[in-house]
Design a protein around this ligand. Structure first.
Ligand SMILES: [Fe+2]
Ligand SMILES: [Fe+2]
Length: 193
């Protein structure tokens, strides 16, 4: 652990030498804390049932368990586990927020499916609210359309069963550790020119 502390209070006064110390400090911390932080965010979904028979934490475990037991690849299993994690802090665009946190670590299809699962999930209830349950059809040309339909059908709309025997979060920990240890697929903190 470095004992280096910058002398300045405004980034405008920083030097290359400062950032050669600061950047790896942050990157190492961010990586080592990431999965624990994600687990803490998932735990925020515990508690309120909001009229359903299970809470959103158990919904998330049920989603990931069904995906895992159906033989889905690890990217989609972890996508399922985290697909609603942003409900706790980005309720107006939870699909986008979850996709953004997954983007550096999962394959393109998983990212697309999680990003669009909210509108695809609407097939099951938008019409009850006066909306268009076929709103997902605007994405009919996407190569991932069928995958998102399947995700919602098999790993989301049906994951409200209080009697389903879900795996525990500890069971998913090795998968979380594996996925979030991957090299980032998106530009990092200091992309080179
Ligand atoms: Fe969702
Ligand atoms: Fe969900």
């Amino acid at each position: 652990m470095s004992t280096h502390t910058v002398t300045w209070i405004s980034m405008a006064d920083g030097s290359q030498a400062d950032y050669e110390v600061l950047t790896p400090l942050f990157e190492e911390h961010a990586r080592s804390a990431l999965v624990d932080n994600l687990v803490s965010m998932l735990a925020m979904l515990r508690g309120p049932l909001l009229g359903y028979q299970i809470d959103r934490y158990d919904h998330s475990l049920q989603s990931a368990t069904r995906a895992h037991r159906n033989g889905e690849r690890i990217d989609l299993v972890i996508g399922a586990l985290l697909h609603d994690v942003a409900d706790a802090f980005a309720p107006e665009n939870h699909s986008d927020a979850a996709a953004a946190l997954l983007a550096p670590y999962v394959d393109d299809e998983t990212h697309w499916v999680i990003k669009h699962h909210g509108i695809f999930q609407g097939y099951y209830y938008f019409h009850h609210l006066g909306g268009d349950r076929h709103a997902r059809d605007r994405y009919a040309d996407s190569p991932y359309f069928d995958a998102c339909v399947q995700f919602c059908a098999e790993y989301d709309q049906n994951c409200f069963d209080p009697n389903y025997d879900s795996m525990t979060l500890d069971n998913f920990r090795p998968m979380l550790d594996e996925v979030f240890a991957r090299p980032s697929r998106v530009p990092g903190i200091a992309p080179l020119a």
